[in-house]
Design a protein around this ligand. Structure first.
Ligand SMILES: [Zn+2]
Length: 311
């Protein structure tokens, strides 16, 4: 067993045993070098909250469902439109006009009846965020001494959050900033991706490691963009005003990025690995190249670095 050390660190309560039918279904994954039954059992015990059931959310959710992530929760307030069908892989023409979150939930549950998929057709907001996190069981695991600690300076990982993951598949900066705030406040890892035209970005932020958050990386660029039309000099992010609706996106861009997101999620949830620690992945579809950019915590970041004022 290659993961004895991890297995000790992540106790039995992080695993759920597999039936014979599940062992058969996941057999090709369990055969993988570096993977094993314990990793698969950790996936079964895992909980993911997927925000957005669009171009990123469809492929990411489908791969996580097929791979055996046991508890999934999808939130999206949109309905399926004809222009979505080019890239949003869980939908068919018959679904036009239907709620995306519910349609995705039904498709995922059909793909894998061994997992639990729930949904909300609300838009994630500051007002409903806590209720959504509770419904998605994101807060249940954070029952240790650092549970729900708003202390941004905590240097160690909460003892139980290894099985929870916020998956940002949204298409706008307001939701990403909200998710980032929730990630930092509740010490929850945030896997954030974006895709536009023929390029995409991906990062997995772990606020309990003081290694930087989404705002550390993109906050100044967002603020600058809000003041004028200056292009983002770092080339790290599309302009906040850009989205797939006004800038276009190749069908493969979102599918690639959604599956890169799933690739990282599976390693993180199954093995406790974050191969992108402190790095932002930039994928350029036009040149078929991929680059990693290092980032650090911004010591003046109002989200993850500066002490919070008491409420
Ligand atoms: Zn930060």
């Amino acid at each position: 067993m290659p993961n004895n050390e991890l297995g000790t660190a992540m106790s039995n309560k992080h695993r759920q045993s597999l039936s014979d039918d599940e062992l058969l279904r996941y057999s090709r994954q369990i055969l993988l070098q570096g993977w094993d039954i314990e990793a698969q059992e950790r996936l079964k015990a895992s909980r993911v909250l997927i925000v957005g059931a669009g171009g990123l959310g469809c492929p990411a959710a489908e791969t996580l469902a097929r791979a055996g992530v046991g508890h999934m929760y999808i939130i999206d307030d949109d309905v399926v439109e004809a222009s979505n069908l080019q890239r949003q892989t869980l939908f068919t023409p018959e679904d036009i006009g239907q709620c995306k979150a519910q349609t995705a939930q039904q498709a995922l549950q059909k793909i894998n009846p061994f997992i639990t998929v729930k949904y909300s057709s609300q838009r994630l907001s500051a007002a409903n965020a806590r209720a959504i996190l509770q419904s998605a069981q994101m807060l249940e695991a954070t029952t240790g001494p650092l549970a729900n600690s708003p202390n941004p300076n905590s240097s160690s990982k909460p003892n139980d959050t290894g099985q929870c993951l916020l998956v940002d598949c949204s298409d706008n900066f307001a939701v990403r900033e909200l998710l980032n705030g929730l990630s930092v406040h509740h010490n929850l890892p945030l896997l954030s991706a974006s895709a536009i035209a023929m390029t995409g970005q991906l990062a997995l932020y772990e606020p309990y490691k003081n290694s930087g958050c989404y705002h550390c990386v993109f906050g100044s660029a967002i603020a600058r963009q809000g003041q004028d039309d200056t292009p983002l000099s770092a080339g790290l992010e599309e302009a906040p005003s850009q989205n797939c609706a006004n800038s276009g996106v190749l069908a493969s861009t979102t599918t690639v990025m959604g599956n890169l997101q799933a690739n990282l999620a599976l390693q993180f949830l199954g093995l406790g690995h974050n191969p992108l620690h402190g790095q932002l992945l930039i994928w350029q579809g036009s040149s078929m190249t991929q680059n990693l950019l290092r980032y650090r915590q911004d010591k003046a970041c109002p989200i993850c670095a500066l002490p919070k004022l008491p409420n």
